[in-house]
Design a protein around this ligand. Sequence first.
Ligand SMILES: [Zn+2]
Length: 278
Amino acid sequence: MRLFEAIVEANHRALAGDAKAGLHPADFADELPVAALTCIDARLNPLLPEVLGLPKEQFIWLRNAGNIITGPTSSTMRSLALACAVKGARQIAIIGHNDCQVCKTSAMKLDDAFRALGIQRASLPENLTEFFGLFASERQNVIKAVDFVRHSPLIGPKVPVHGLLVDIGTGKLEWVVNGYQTLETATAPPPPSLGELAGQGMDALKSFAEFKIGEMKFPDTKIGELATEGKDWLVHEIHQIEIRPPQPPQPTPPPSVAPKIPLPPPIRVTPVVRKWKK
Ligand SMILES: [Zn+2]
């Protein structure tokens, strides 16, 4: 069993009430430390790295608003690269969360919020959605970020890149992207298909179909919607068919309660000789 298989299993067992569930980091010394990118949401503060069962010293914690990666050589990507090259991170995890306020923010809301802060619209970039990397689906945002990291020239082929979602109410982990599987299939990448190009978001769409965002008339959407509906837009570009009407807004979930998390048992602090497995 590999590290993240053990992490997810221990997390689920602990949440199911197994008081003995927990991770034994010494068994995974050759897969540690982990570099993780999470949102800045303060509700994550008491959850990580505890819900992973990892000791703090094996958890390199990078944060930005919305755990967004905007490009293969972006500032966050450079920090992830240095986490591996300088701090010796062996695995990367992009960890999104439910009820993310960045996900709930549209360009229009952001415009209003900036105005309330005394920031004039003219001093901001024209496309706030693209500039801030706003998204409409926490899951799609994680998948997109993992894809950026996996294909970044700054991240070597030896580092598994996982995508997870954590429930801020319960601490439950969902393993969205298994970095071990994508690592195996990444050795001989096939040429990108139309669907893959569409899945890569706006940049790929732009380059493929000379897609000019300013010439399209569409409602105030976010990057996640662009990613998930990119295929439809690509078809539109090629076949000149109608764009689907915007999706109705999703109902707002009830506010989450303060987390009460059955955590794995505390890690026994005993002197451990670091094992380097072959
Ligand atoms: Zn968030």
